[in-house]
Write a protein that binds this ligand. Sequence first.
Ligand SMILES: Cc1ncc(COP(=O)(O)O)c(C=O)c1O
Length: 420
Amino acid sequence: MGKMSISDVEPANAPCAAQQAPASPWPRSRLPVAPVLSLASFARGGRRHVPSILDAPHRRFVTSGRVAIALALRAMRVGPGDAVLVPSYHCASMIEPVIWAGATPVFYRILPDTTVDLADLASRLTPAVKVLMATNYFGFHQPLPALRAFCDAHGIRLLEDCAHSFLGEHAGRPLGSYGDYAIASSMKFFPVYEGGCLVSARHALDGVQLQSAGAGFEAKVVLNTAEDGFAYGRLPLLRMLLTLPMKAKTALWGRIKARRTADAPALAPGSSDGGFGFDPAWLDKRSSLFSRAMLRLVSRRRMGALRRRNYQRLFDALGRLPGCRPLHATLPDGVYPWVFPLLCDAPQALFATLKGAGVPVIRFGEFLWPGVDATVCANSVDLSRRVLQFPCHQELRDDEIAWMIAQVTNVVRANDGGAR
Ligand SMILES: Cc1ncc(COP(=O)(O)O)c(C=O)c1O
């Protein structure tokens, strides 16, 4: 797949539910839906240790969260004839690796606040079930000690999906440390074009051997990360300095593309360019040097503090708008949110108008796996329809958040007035 121009689609590192196909009907967001690189990304941000999945002793850095799920399933020897318990509130990139492994996804229910429905979970157990996948939605943790106990009691493995919870702790332990394995999606938290992590606090990852994806990939990651920043007015000096090299790169890329045959391998995974699918060609590929360096250099303290602060600002401003309420009543200590989830009574009109206005609104779980309907889990269907999410990441500027709040407020009030 060739590199799409940054104005064609949402930022390349948009979260899966927010990722638009190339033919997106929406204009580009006026502010970045996911973190973009700026000088501020490297500011220190205090002294307090912010727990994260990187506290786990065993770690592998790959190109996306979905690849990390597939590697975790492989490490647990999940294959044909096995079943994996997966939440009925999900996006396709959580389920595709299960299908790739040859296993059957068994969808379990969740409660209205996205907590795992433990009674339903127990009712879905069969001898074929090997793994429970549990997601800490939007950065808010599941009842992890209970899930760990459930898995231990029934002899199954726990895969902790920390795609939304790179940072955080529960009951004195970092998220990601309860699972046999845990995965994360670096792109949702760090200003990087690609990246995912597979970690384990319990098992060595010696069997997971990764290879470089090549010089073209490494170069593309740096350039695309920089371009995403430039597109939103970050790093203006660097942008000026790189004007000529960037032009040369665009010309060169045009020539390379013209010569590439249709079956030539892609330089970067589809997960970075807006795709929902899982491409096994990226299974054993190491994350770029650049993304791995960013994971070390970008301050997790600043990230954590600003995410909480921005979330609270959105909570205060949007939480009491007519027909809307925050999905979670509070922001507990130890939670470092991915986004601010808002439960809306009239989500369809709101979503379309906001997207049309360039507001970076996200709908995680908008498209549930075929067959997952209200008979499987009415709460999931309701959440998939009614929860809109707004970014609260550390790279949003105060004026951008103010603009987003004003847009959402105006649209909600106008819709409310029209409905009366
Ligand atoms: C809950 C959850 N798990 C896993 C994934 C897969 O992550 P990635 O997009 O990095 O492959 C996503 C993607 O958005 C997700 O939302």
